[in-house]
Design a protein around this ligand. Structure first.
Ligand SMILES: [Zn+2]
Length: 312
């Protein structure tokens, strides 16, 4: 991502040191021409996690200039947890006080350290009720619902609004700071790797709806769990939607082409993902199944004896 400044843009993203190998990294996200108070104070700490390749790390974010929430207690690895705790414990030396840990959703590469990190730092855990229900052994002190606000007091107070954005996971939440037009997006999009929509946890139709909703925010910066901050995220949200719909169209036309005998989901992977190497197909199968569920819900395909055929 470019760090050049562009006077046509209404936002800026400044990183200290300029090296992805240094952690933590500091961000100032906000409008150049906006009065004081329109900026958000954000630090990033990327920890190694068992995530979906090619991603290898999950970003945690410290949001707030004095009261701070720590987003994504991600890493299950002891050495990384120690480094994460050190990072959190160093925040008070900058006048910043962690008040809670927020999990965007329940996937292991987001909550792998939730017990240890909350206990070591004596912080409450905040998450959506659907996430809490997936983590029966974890005490969720505050259940975050759509529209809830997280008010972080400080020299520059920050209000982060909870957006419940299911589709990748039922309890997925994003955090939106309207003043700085910054959105923490969890696993809704990524700048490294792809977002998996798998049946059970996910729903393709709802996921696409929520991406459209994120596009309507007109955010300046999106902070993903995997990869660098995303400038001009609206373009990326729309690109994701277009890309998924193009894949869906390919699946739908393959189903039509196979006629009344229909086609299995495994066969459809080889047709709809003929542009990706076969080692990706097992993961692609999950996406095909999610698309087929959406096409079935839309009344476009029907499932009979394990084979999908055109519903019309
Ligand atoms: Zn996830």
């Amino acid at each position: 991502m470019s760090s050049r400044s562009d006077s046509n843009r209404s936002s800026s993203l400044i990183r200290s040191a300029g090296s992805a190998s240094l952690r933590p990294r500091e961000l100032t996200a906000g409008r150049d021409a906006h009065p004081a108070g329109a900026r958000a104070t954000i630090s990033i700490f990327d920890a190694r996690t068992p995530t979906l390749p090619p991603a290898t790390h999950t970003n945690s974010y410290a949001l707030g200039a004095r009261d701070v929430v720590l987003v994504e207690p991600a890493t299950p690895y002891e050495d990384e947890q120690r480094a994460w705790i050190e990072w959190a414990r160093a925040l008070p030396s900058q006048g910043r006080t962690p008040v809670a840990i927020v999990a965007t959703h329940h996937h292991i590469d987001h909550v792998g350290g939730i017990d240890v990190l909350a206990r070591e730092l004596a912080l409450p855990i905040w998450a959506h009720a659907e996430t809490a229900s997936q983590l029966p052994d974890v005490t969720v002190a505050r259940r975050l619902a759509d529209g809830d606000t997280i008010d972080l007091d400080g020299p520059i107070p920050e209000r982060w609004t909870v957006l419940h954005t299911p589709g990748h996971a039922w309890g997925h939440v994003c955090l939106w700071n309207a003043d700085s037009r910054t959105v923490v997006v969890g696993d809704m999009v990524a700048s490294v790797g792809t977002i998996l929509i798998a049946l059970g946890d996910g729903d393709m139709r709802i996921y696409l709806e929520q991406l459209e909703r994120l596009a309507l925010l007109d955010a300046s910066v999106a902070l993903p769990a995997h990869g660098d901050p995303i400038e001009e995220p609206t373009k990326l949200f729309r690109h994701y939607v277009a890309h998924r719909l193009a894949r869906e169209a390919k699946i739908a036309s393959a189903v039509v082409a196979k006629g009344a005998n229909g086609v299995t989901d495994v066969e459809l992977v080889t047709i709809a993902y003929d542009d990706v190497p076969p080692h990706v197909w097992p993961i692609a199968l999950l996406s095909v199944q999610a698309h087929l569920a959406k096409l079935a819900a839309d009344g476009r395909v029907a499932l009979r004896d394990g084979r999908y055929a055109s519903a019309s």
